[in-house]
Design a protein around this ligand. Structure first.
Ligand code: TXA
Ligand code: MG
Length: 320
């Protein structure tokens, strides 16, 4: 692989070994998770992690999520309080990222945490992600595999469209099942905050813990800088809560509002979440303004609206 092409790998043992070797050589490999495709690098290697920031054009203050294979592995990098332990036992492997104090013996690159005293960590459930991390036998730093502020990728093709020639390889194992990035919860001294909504909802977590979960997704000085206003954005202008689009607009429908493309004709929010980024990618290539039908903010609908709001934020806003 001594060329600048981006290689598409499958999920055979041979291809996973190639991916692992590339990671050991401090190269970048995109891989599937149950949420979105991640842009993976050895989380201990400064050079590899720096390459992620470079390829994504990502502000250096925005820390990366570390992917590990098990709770035991996570404990090498993060300090778990009682709440974190319960959340991990219940939701891992799965679409949950925990932001926890850094373990003082950690050997992660300082670029991963962007100098914060905390680390974002998760155990993905996708079998290919699990196989890759286990075979690599180390922590993999992985943001979503898109240029900063652009739409997250839910297929290998999306990754290739945006990063072709800039990364060594993409492991292709079809579309991601959930299609929205993981829920992020910060737990420190048994105090918990929701930093990013996702498939695991605020209600799910509150009923598990019997504790209120504070949403800090819109605080200005929050420690999830990735949650800045403009994010996940298509190139076209986008309007939300639109029942009746203008003639020149592409209408993204939901439920009874059929639109040009419908996120879920039956009004199923989980299906809508899985289709969201993929449909935005499709509409994006048509360079017409986009109008999105109203989506109810209940359950995972809250996370869908969070992403839509950020995708439609004013284009001059500072983004990550
Ligand atoms: O589903 C996901 O989480 C995907 C897949 C690939 O795992 N990853 C992902 O990564 O969405 P990224 O980099 O696009 O978003 C990570 C978010 C950012 O908003 C970042 O600011 C936040 O996690 N984050 C990471 N470490 C943090 C920390 N120590 N404190 C607060 N926020 C943190
Ligand atoms: Mg992202």
């Amino acid at each position: 692989m001594n060329d600048n092409r981006t290689h598409i790998l499958g999920i055979s043992c041979h291809d996973i070994t190639r991916a692992v070797n590339l990671l050991h050589q401090q190269e970048l490999v995109a891989f599937p998770t149950e949420t979105v495709y991640g842009l993976g690098a050895d989380a201990r290697a400064d050079k590899a992690v720096a390459a992620i920031y470079n390829v994504k054009d990502r502000p250096e203050f925005n820390p990366l999520i570390v992917h590990v294979a098990s709770i035991a592995d996570a404990k090498r990098y993060a300090v778990f309080d009682e709440t974190a332990e319960r959340l991990a036992q219940h939701y891992w492997p799965g679409p949950l990222t925990l932001v926890l104090p850094l373990q003082y013996t950690h050997n992660l690159s300082g670029l991963v945490t962007a100098g914060l005293p905390t680390v974002g960590i998760r155990v993905p459930s996708h079998p290919v992600a699990q196989t890759l991390i286990t075979a690599f036998d180390g922590p993999i730093a992985a943001p979503s595999a898109n240029p900063s502020s652009r739409i997250s990728p839910t297929t290998a093709k999306h990754v290739l469209q945006e990063l072709n020639g800039q990364i060594k390889a993409i492991i292709d194992s079809g579309p991601c099942q959930i299609g929205l990035e993981s829920t992020i919860i910060r737990s420190m001294n048994n105090h918990i905050d929701l930093l990013r909504p996702g498939h695991i909802t605020q209600e799910n977590v509150e009923s598990l813990l019997r504790l209120p979960l504070k949403r800090v997704t819109d605080e200005v000085e929050i420690s999830a800088p990735g949650q800045l206003p403009l994010h996940y954005a298509p190139r076209s202008i986008m309007r939300l809560d639109v029942r009746y689009p203008e003639q020149d607009e592409n209408h993204l429908g939901f439920g009874e509002i059929s639109g040009d493309l419908n996120l879920s004709p039956s009004g199923d929010l989980t299906e809508a979440a899985a289709n969201l980024f993929s449909y935005l990618h499709r509409l994006d290539v048509q360079s017409r303004p986009i109008a999105v039908a109203p989506i109810p903010s209940k359950g995972i609908g809250y996370a869908i609206n969070d992403r839509l709001r950020r995708a439609s934020a004013h284009k001059t806003a500072h983004s990550t």
